[in-house]
Design a protein around this ligand. Structure first.
Ligand code: SAM
Length: 232
């Protein structure tokens, strides 16, 4: 089907087909094959996470945005960096497990570096204490990036830098979300980072699963976790 004829039902079919993928390798192949339609399909889903995350970060980072070095983890085609640019952020490094998503991100000439990195077997390709801001948007959920990555996100962030993470709050992601929050809170209790804001966003994107969607008119909610790495 031509890209300009995509409907909500087409998007629903595509995304639900990915739920059948079992291994990380399968999931990366799914993103490779979806890459060309990804942005158009996310517009059909009214996916608001990149805008909301950029607004959240801009609300707490007021100075030297142009100097801040940002790592966009699971950057996909670059939607998050594009939104952050609107607020004056300019220095982006990106990593993702899908080569085709990375190629689309590369074509936008927003990122200074882009690297392929599959996050379940590999560590982030970055030194410790390197980034002013680390973001991971739309990728912390069951079957995608495991929450075991959180210490890695923390490791590569500079002391006093920000880590911004999102997850979806729909029914099928509840267990993952609970486990993710437990790790975030444990790291907070251990003094690794402090909570800046945790925002529940009611209209995250249109619901896909049949039990949650009514002809694309129902939204699922999502959460943005913004933390600051301790200075000591
Ligand atoms: C829903 S997209 C989000 C992309 C972008 N952050 C955005 O908000 O538009 C999820 C991205 O995570 C990547 N991804 C999923 N699981 C991954 C994993 N285990 N390792 C690396 N990348 C992964 C996919 O390739 C895809 O580009």
């Amino acid at each position: 089907m031509a890209a300009n004829q995509r409907t909500f039902t087409d998007v629903q079919r595509t995304v639900l087909s990915a739920h059948k993928e079992s291994t990380t390798e399968d999931k990366m192949s799914f993103y490779d094959s979806w890459s060309e339609l990804y942005e158009q399909d996310m517009m059909i889903l009214d996916y608001r996470a990149p805008v909301m995350v950029a607004e959240s970060l801009a609300a707490v980072i007021h100075e030297d945005r142009d100097k801040a070095l940002v790592l966009d983890v699971a950057c996909g085609t670059g939607l998050v960096a594009k939104q952050l640019q609107r607020f004056g952020f300019h220095n982006f490094h990106g990593v993702d497990g899908s080569q085709e998503m990375l190629e689309l991100a590369r074509s936008k000439s927003i990122y200074q570096t882009l690297q392929k990195c599959v996050l379940d077997s590999e560590l982030l390709p970055a030194s410790s204490d390197s980034y002013d801001v680390v973001v991971i948007v739309g990728a912390l959920s069951g079957g995608q990036v495991p929450f075991a990555i959180l210490p890695e996100l923390h490791r590569v962030t500079k002391r006093g830098g920000f880590v911004c993470m999102t997850t979806r709050s729909n029914t099928s992601n509840q267990l993952y979300k609970k486990q993710l929050q437990a790790v975030i809170e444990e790291m907070e209790q251990n003094g690794l980072w402090e909570r800046i804001t945790v925002q529940e966003i009611e209209h995250w994107e249109k619901a896909i699963a049949e039990c949650e969607a009514e002809q694309g008119s129902t939204y699922i909610s999502g959460t943005i976790y913004l933390y600051r790495k301790s200075r000591n």
